[in-house]
Ligand binder design. Structure first.
Ligand SMILES: C[S@@+](CC[C@H](N)C(=O)[O-])C[C@H]1O[C@@H](n2cnc3c(N)ncnc32)[C@H](O)[C@@H]1O
Length: 276
């Protein structure tokens, strides 16, 4: 199903273009966080399950086996990403929609998950209220987010590439940090309470990205929607982008092995929808 209100914007186009590379690149690196999120969800899992900003079904796939006998839905504004999820998670349904305009009725889901997806919402407070609306009482909302800018080495590389990119591009790049970046905060407490959620758990940890060399690190980062936006419909600029990205990773390269490693802080939030 495709929501007719899901407008085509430059960033949506960026993710659409990046989808194939993302699935075999950055999406694989995020599997660890998806599995961590899945492990923190209750057993049995309240169903049906919605994976919001699902990408290639990274979290739904980590949950497969726990959703086999129920409906599970992958929702993303990239049609290709939704297609990958449907291919990857047998029996799942796909909805192409903007996460800030959810086309679902009240109390539709028992569990809503989102790994590194809600961070791209343009209205986090409105989104939290919307997620509460589409969830059944007692349901669970589990999502992950990156930490603060000074805690995310990969984010710093991404920001540097963008800041130094010499060519004009259309659209505004969404930031990687979000209101969730501090982890548990007074803002989160207030917002969750107002939306009707109890905060069950916030787990904060570090994820180490490892790449065999600067070139492969660059290829992975270029295969994300933010950086795809820089080259948009000018594919002749892609090799320059990869070169610049590889140079930006140089400070994280071990001179003796050539391996690249960077650490990013992340948080996982487990919220429960109140019963009223
Ligand atoms: C970093 S990826 C995470 C994908 C997946 N959850 C994972 O863990 O691999 C972010 C995803 O959010 C989607 N996305 C970004 N903004 C969105 C929006 N406004 N509405 C729906 N999907 C969005 C992108 O298309 C992309 O698939």
């Amino acid at each position: 199903m495709t929501d007719p209100k899901a407008k085509t914007t430059p960033i949506r186009e960026g993710w659409e273009r990046a989808a194939v590379d993302y699935r075999k690149g950055f999406g694989l690196h995020l599997e660890v966080i998806a599995h961590r999120l899945a492990a923190l969800l209750p057993r049995p899992l309240p169903t049906p399950v919605l994976d919001l900003a699902c990408g290639p079904g990274t979290v739904l796939s980590a949950l497969s086996g726990r959703t086999a006998s129920s409906i599970s839905v992958g929702c993303d504004f990239s049609r290709r990403m939704v297609g990958f999820t449907r291919e990857r998670v047998a029996g799942s349904h796909g909805v192409v929609a903007d996460q800030d305009h959810l086309p679902f009725g009240p109390r539709s889901f028992g569990t809503v998950v989102s790994s590194m997806g809600t961070i791209f919402s343009r209205d986090s407070e409105g989104q939290m209220r919307e997620v509460a609306r589409i969830m059944a009482p007692g349901g669970v909302f589990g999502f992950s987010a990156w930490g603060l800018p000074e805690e995310t080495e990969l984010g710093a590389v991404s920001r540097r590439i963008v800041a130094e990119w010499p060519h004009p591009f259309e659209g505004v790049l969404p930031p990687l940090e979000s209101p969730y970046s501090p982890g548990r905060s007074p803002w989160l407490d207030r917002m969750a309470r107002e939306a009707g959620f109890l905060i069950r758990e916030v787990v904060s940890d570090w994820h180490r990205f490892r790449f065999p060399d600067t070139r492969s690190a660059a290829e992975v980062l270029v295969g994300t929607g933010r950086l795809a936006l820089l080259v948009a419909d000018r594919p002749e600029l892609r090799s320059e982008l990869v070169e610049r990205a590889a140079a930006a990773f140089e400070i994280h390269r071990d001179p003796s092995t050539g391996h690249v490693s960077l650490e990013n802080r992340y948080h996982i939030f487990i919220l429960e929808r109140g019963r009223s």
